[in-house]
Design a protein around this ligand. Structure first.
Ligand code: NI
Length: 181
């Protein structure tokens, strides 16, 4: 198990565009994916992108288990995507709270497409194609943004809806995202 250090906002590596993975199923790629999953689990995150641990490759993982505290958030199966491609399925956008393991302690309201199709590859080179909506769609958009050097505050429209998660919770803000990605 290798829990890696997660880069924090301000580190210029988080603003770089990641490169496509050229060859699947290599020992290096397996090791990277294991580190991503180990790190995501150790920090109780819902997702993690390779650039967040300082690796400039287009690889993301995400997962959300059933959480009794947030019964309205449907679970997202653990998914590894190599070279993901996103496509909105409609112009519909919704706003909701997000957090990020690279923006520790903060939450902000971010607009995202409600319905998207995403595709990519697993470690063995099998194609993955899914059409998703809601929280699942939000997490994928957040993770894929990391591959293009975009952190969620750059997507925010109203900086009044940005704050420390513990303060937001203590002052009665409901619906704040359950986890960081
Ligand atoms: Ni993030």
């Amino acid at each position: 198990m290798a829990v890696r250090q997660v880069l924090q906002m301000g580190d210029p590596r988080l603003l770089e565009t990641a490169s496509p993975v050229a060859t699947l199923d290599t020992p290096e790629l397996h090791e990277l994916v294991k580190d991503l999953i180990d790190t995501m689990e150790a920090l109780d995150g819902a997702g993690l992108a390779a650039p967040q641990i300082g690796v400039g490759l287009r690889v993301v993982v995400f997962e959300l288990d059933n959480n009794p505290r947030y019964p309205n958030v449907p679970p997202v199966p653990r998914t590894l995507l190599v070279n993901p491609v996103l496509e909105p399925l409609s112009e519909e956008v919704n706003e909701d709270w997000e957090g990020c393991l690279s923006v520790t302690g903060l939450r902000g309201v971010v607009p995202r497409y409600t319905h998207v199709r995403y595709s990519g590859f697993d470690l063995a080179g099998n194609s993955i194609v899914r059409e998703v909506s809601g929280f699942h769609a939000r997490v994928v958009q957040h993770e894929c943004d990391h591959l293009d050097g975009i952190l969620y505050p750059q997507r925010m429209l109203d900086m009044k809806q940005f704050g420390f998660s513990d303060v937001l919770a203590a002052t009665g803000n409901t619906g704040v995202m359950p986890c960081d990605t």
